[in-house]
Design a protein around this ligand. Structure first.
Ligand SMILES: Nc1ncnc2c1ncn2[C@@H]1O[C@H](COP(=O)(O)OP(=O)(O)OP(=O)(O)O)[C@@H](O)[C@H]1O
Ligand SMILES: [Mg+2]
Length: 534
C-alpha cells in the first residue's frame, strides 16, 4: 500500500494540483471513475481530465486501464525507494537494504523437498562467482519455478532489487523493457522509445545497483522446433540476453526455461560469467515425500513408480492423485494395470510434444517404433528423406535438452525414450497410423509415409519378418475400429490403389508399410485381445 501522506508529499514536486490529487488518491484506492465523480460531486469527464493531467505529470503513456496500473507500479517503487532512504538515514550502517522486491508472480512454496546440491550450486554461481547470466533448464513440471522461489528466499539479502517476470503471456520486448525500467526509481522519466536504447538503459540500471532479475517461462518466446531460437517478433529478447551476458554489470539474470536460449550456450562457450543447470528429477527419498504428502500408503513399488516417472515432481503429484482415486492408493495395483499415461499426464505430455519440430517428432516416433535403444547410424537409416548428420545431431541435442530422450543403458551410443514418454508416443503413433488408414486420403497420410514400421530387411521380402510390438498394437487397434478383417484388408488395398502413378517422394514408405500390414493380416490376429493392447 502506498501511504496517502507520501502521495501528498510528492504531489507539489510533480506540479499536481489539489483537485488532481483528490482524484488520484481515490483512483489509487481502486474507485471507479463514476464513483470518484460521485464522491467529488463533479462530472466523470472532469475526473478523466484530472487523472489525464496526473498521468502526464508522471510521464505515463499508453491507453486505457493499463495507465493506472503503470502509475500504481511507479508510485509503489517511488514509495519503496523513499522508505529505503529513510531507513538508511535511520540506520546508516545497514548494508544491502532491500529497496524493491517485485515478485508477485512467484508461487508460494508450501512443501519443498531435497535439491540441496542444486541450491548450493546456484548460490555459488550467483552470489560467490557473480555470474551475470544463469539458466535453469528442464522439462515441464521438474521444479524450476519452485526451486528458484526457494533460492530467492535464501539469497534475497544479497540484492537491492529482486524482479520476477514470467514471459508466459509473451509480452512484446518494448512492453517488457518499459515495465522493467519502471521498477527502478531513477528511471521513471524519459524512458527511451527505441528498443536498443531501452536495453542500454536497463544495463545502466543493472550496473548501478545489484539486481536479481528472474525471467520465468522463457520457452514461451522461443520457437517451437529446434530448441533455443526465438519466435518471430521476439528476436530482440535474444539481443537483450546477449548484451546482459556480455556487458559488465553487477546484477544477475536468472532464466527459467524448457530450452536453453542460444545466447546462453554461446556465452558459456566463450567463458563469460554465464552458467546453466539442467534440472533432473527428485531423488528417491524426496520423491517418496511427494507420494507421502498425497496420502498414499507406503508400498513396496514406490521406488519403481518414481523411476518410471524419473522423479518428476509434477508427474508424481498427478499420478499419485489418480492412484488415490482409482486404485485406492495402491501403487502395486496401478502398475499391474499396465499403463503409465493416464488422464492429466497425457495433457501434460501433449504440451511438451507439441513444441517439437517435425524432425524431432519423427525421431520420437522412430524410437517408439523400435521400442529399444537405437544407434545414431541406424536412426539415420530409418528416414525416408535423407537427413543431414548435423541436422540429426542438432535435433537429438534439442530433444536431450528437453529431457525427452535418453541414452540407452545397454548401448553406449543408443538413444531411447523414457518409459512414460515411450508409452505416450506409442499411443499417439498407433492412433495416428490407424486414422491415416481410416481416412483413405493420401494427403492425410504422414506417418505411414515417413516411418517404416518394420526392420528394413536385407532381401526384398516382407515375409517372415519379426513382428514388432507396435505392429501388434496397430493390428489390434484396427480390429477394434473396423471389427472385420476383410474390411481392414480392403482399406489397406484401397490405399495401395491410391499410390498408382504417384512419385517415389509421394509414396515414401506407404507402399512398404501397407504391404507389410496386409502380410501381417494374413497371419492371425493375437487373440484373445487384451484390453491394454487396444
Ligand atoms: N523440490 C520440490 N519439493 C516439493 N515439490 C516440488 C518440488 N519441486 C517441484 N515441486 C512441485 O512440482 C510441481 C511442478 O513444479 P514447478 O512448477 O516448479 O515446475 P517447473 O519446472 O517450473 O514447470 P514448468 O516448466 O511447467 O513451469 C509443483 O506443484 C511444485 O510444487
Ligand atoms: Mg515453472
Amino acid at each position: 500500500m502506498i501511504s496517502q501522506d507520501f502521495l501528498k508529499a510528492i504531489a507539489p514536486d510533480r506540479g499536481i494540483s489539489d483537485s488532481e490529487l483528490e482524484a488520484l488518491l481515490l483512483a489509487i484506492e481502486g474507485h471507479s471513475t463514476s464513483d470518484i465523480a460521485k464522491q467529488l460531486g463533479i462530472r466523470e469527464e472532469a475526473v478523466r481530465k484530472r487523472l489525464g493531467e496526473v498521468y502526464k505529470k508522471f510521464h505515463i503513456t499508453g491507453f486505457g486501464p493499463g495507465k493506472l496500473a503503470k502509475l500504481q507500479q511507479l508510485l509503489v517503487s517511488l514509495y519503496q525507494e523513499h522508505q529505503m532512504r529513510s531507513r538508511e538515514q535511520r540506520e546508516p550502517g545497514e548494508k544491502n537494504a532491500r529497496s524493491y522486491q517485485d515478485w508477485e508472480e512467484v508461487p508460494t512454496v508450501s512443501a519443498f523437498y531435497g535439491r540441496t546440491q542444486e541450491l548450493a550450486a546456484l548460490e555459488q554461481w550467483i552470489v560467490k562467482d557473480r555470474c551475470r547470466l544463469v539458466a535453469l533448464l528442464g522439462i515441464g513440471g521438474i521444479g524450476k519455478t519452485t526451486l528458484t522461489a526457494k533460492l530467492v528466499k535464501q539469497i534475497q539479502g544479497e540484492f537491492q532489487f529482486i524482479i520476477w517476470r514470467s514471459l508466459r503471456r509473451t509480452p512484446p520486448i518494448n512492453e517488457f523493457l518499459d515495465d522493467l525500467l519502471l521498477c527502478f526509481p531513477h528511471q521513471k522519466t524519459d524512458i527511451p522509445s527505441n528498443t536498443d536504447s531501452k536495453i542500454s538503459r536497463a544495463i545502466e540500471q543493472l550496473r548501478s545497483s545489484r539486481c536479481l532479475l528472474i525471467l520465468d517461462d522463457v520457452e514461451a518466446i522461443l520457437n517451437k522446433g529446434i530448441a533455443g531460437h526465438y519466435r518471430e517478433g521476439y528476436e530482440s529478447y535474444g539481443e537483450l540476453i546477449r548484451r546482459l551476458g556480455e556487458k559488465p554489470h553487477q546484477s544477475c539474470i536468472l532464466i527459467l526455461s524448457l530450452e536453453k536460449p542460444k545466447e546462453v550456450a554461446l556465452l558459456e562457450r566463450e567463458n563469460l560469467p554465464a552458467r546453466s543447470l539442467q534440472l533432473s528429477g527428485l531423488k528417491a527419498p524426496e520423491a517418496r515425500e511427494i507420494l507421502k504428502s498425497k496420502g498414499l500408503p507406503e508400498d513396496s513399488e514406490w521406488d519403481t513408480l518414481i523411476k518410471l516417472y524419473r522423479g518428476n515432481p509434477l508427474a508424481l503429484k498427478i499420478i499419485a492423485t489418480t492412484i488415490q482415486e482409482f486404485f485406492a492408493g495402491s501403487v502395486t495395483e496401478f502398475l499391474q494395470y499396465n499403463t503409465l499415461v493416464i488422464g492429466d499426464i497425457s495433457d501434460f505430455l501433449e504440451q511438451q510434444f507439441d513444441r517439437l519440430s517435425e524432425l524431432e517428432k519423427d525421431i520420437m516416433y522412430c524410437l517408439a517404433i523400435a521400442q529399444e535403444p537405437i544407434s545414431l547410424p541406424k536412426l539415420r537409416e530409418q528416414f525416408f528423406l535423407p537427413v543431414s548428420p548435423s541436422g540429426l545431431l542438432e535435433a537429438l541435442e534439442s530433444l536431450r535438452q528437453r529431457s525427452l530422450i535418453e541414452k540407452g543403458q545397454d548401448s553406449a551410443t543408443g538413444f531411447t525414450l523414457q518409459p512414460v514418454i515411450m508409452e505416450f508416443v506409442t499411443n499417439r503413433l498407433v492412433e495416428q497410423v490407424c486414422e491415416e488408414i481410416a481416412t483413405q486420403k493420401l494427403d492425410k497420410i504422414q506417418l505411414l509415409r515417413n516411418q517404416i514400421l518394420f526392420e528394413i530387411p536385407a532381401q526384398n521380402t516382407l515375409k517372415n519378418l519379426e513382428t514388432r510390438p507396435i505392429v501388434t498394437r496397430i493390428k489390434n487397434r484396427l480390429f477394434t475400429m473396423f471389427r472385420n478383417e476383410k474390411l481392414i484388408e480392403a482399406k489397406l488395398s484401397e490405399i495401395q490403389s491410391l499410390l498408382q502413378d504417384k512419385s517415389p517422394l509421394e509414396i515414401g514408405y506407404v507402399d512398404n508399410n501397407v504391404r507389410y500390414l496386409l502380410e501381417q493380416f494374413k497371419s492371425k490376429l493375437t487373440s484373445p485381445l487384451k484390453e491394454e493392447q487396444l
